[in-house]
Design a protein around this ligand. Structure first.
Ligand SMILES: [Zn+2]
Length: 398
């Protein structure tokens, strides 16, 4: 926010100055009248009388011009400030809590329209461009691309690209030695199929990507509402190449997250991650998120605490009638198993993770039925509402 320039309080002083000028003029006049007694100075007196007031009038005019310039400057500063503010308002991502479903539908439709979203293929590149287009509406985000080549079974050498959107504003922790970042992530690639258009991957993970795009806009509206700086830095990561091309063994999976976790480890960027939230397989009616063991490993007590926070937020929103369904999505069921996914390359390096994946997997998982028609928008609305409230609590203590 720009400081508004203070109005120039000059009226009273201006009157006094004018009065003083008049007094001086009167004094001058008296002095000159005395000199009329001298004959030889008659002519000189007349000349002087005509010339003397002129510089004073000129001084007065100059003062007025200077005053006008100052006023114009003050006005232009105010106008410039208003223009910048208006521009800032226009360059925000748009978010309206009452239009959660239509916006998510619009984003999801666009993402599934790019099927197949294989790494480096036209659909994958179109999805990257869509993500960039939406974040570019706002000046609050920096976009980075982690792009690399790797050879996969069947498809051969592929060009993978992780897209990372980072909030570029100040946070309470950004300048401290304990700089901390909340990461929210999902993958945007779709699974390879022999019949390429048969698998849209609507829950896997077009919907989670759409949710992240909307969460970014919701975060921006929170910045406005609380007129506050957030507690943490914030990053949204859209991973490429999560899906196995042939079979989920060895390195034929999680290409993008493996590359980025390794890169950030070398760049010493992992220790600043406060919490890494991974969204996957969200969109059908049968979604439920267990509290996995990986949420409470030696290096990760944060994930477990945050899962409990999500349970509490869900209960609170239900009691406020803010949710459309009566189901519990965060049902507190503990699960000793671990599901391999993009989070694992971060958790093995000591990053606290929260794996929000539906388990058991949705019935449509890895079938041609994982398409737009399989989606249950009331469930998606409720999960998104819970996650946005979680984001608010984490980032603003609200
Ligand atoms: Zn999948």
């Amino acid at each position: 926010m720009k400081k508004r320039a203070q109005k120039v309080r000059s009226n009273g002083n201006k009157t006094n100055a004018k009065k003083m000028n008049n007094d001086v003029e009167d004094a001058d006049y008296d002095e000159k009248e005395l000199s009329t007694n001298t004959d030889k100075s008659e002519t000189r007196f007349l000349d002087t009388k005509q010339q003397e007031p002129f510089p004073k009038t000129r001084m007065f005019l100059i003062a007025i011009v200077v005053l006008l310039i100052v006023l114009l400057f003050v006005l232009s500063v105010i106008l410039f400030g208003l223009t910048v503010r208006a521009k800032e308002k226009l360059s925000r991502m748009s978010y309206n809590s009452s239009s959660i479903i239509p916006t998510l539908q619009q984003y999801t439709k666009e993402i599934v329209s790019y099927t197949p979203r294989y790494p480096g293929y036209p659909g994958g590149i179109a999805t990257q461009k869509m993500i960039a287009r939406i974040f570019s509406q706002s000046e609050n985000w920096n976009l980075e691309y982690d792009t690399f080549f790797e050879t996969a079974p069947i498809l051969g050498r592929l060009n993978f690209t992780n897209v990372i959107a980072s909030y570029n504003g100040e946070s309470k922790r950004s300048n401290s030695r304990n700089k901390k970042t909340l990461v929210i992530a999902a993958h945007y690639d779709s699974k390879y199929q022999k019949t390429p258009n048969a698998f849209q991957g609507a829950t896997d993970s077009a919907v989670p990507c759409a949710m992240m795009l909307q969460m970014a806009a919701a975060f921006e509206s929170m910045l406005d509402s609380y007129n506050n700086i957030p507690n943490y830095d914030l990053k949204f990561i859209f991973f490429d190449g999560e899906e196995a091309v042939k079979e989920w063994v060895g390195n034929d999976n999680t290409y993008g997250s493996r590359h980025l976790a390794s890169l950030w480890e070398k760049q010493n960027k992992l220790s600043s991650i406060d919490l890494f939230v991974l969204l996957d397989l969200i969109g059908t009616k049968d979604v439920q998120f267990p509290n996995f063991d990986i949420h409470r490993t030696i290096t990760n007590s944060e994930g477990y605490k945050r899962y409990e926070q999500l349970e509490n937020i869900e209960m609170k929103l239900k009691s406020q009638n803010s949710l459309k369904t009566t189901k519990r999505y965060f049902n507190g069921v503990t699960d000793n198993g671990q599901i391999s996914d993009d989070h694992m390359h971060f958790s093995v390096r000591g990053v606290p993770v929260l794996h929000l994946i539906s388990y058991p997997f949705p019935k449509v998982w890895h079938t041609p039925n994982d398409n737009y028609e399989a989606l249950d928008w009331d469930s998606i609305h409720d999960i998104q509402t819970i996650l946005i409230d979680f984001l608010r609590a984490h980032m603003f203590n609200k």
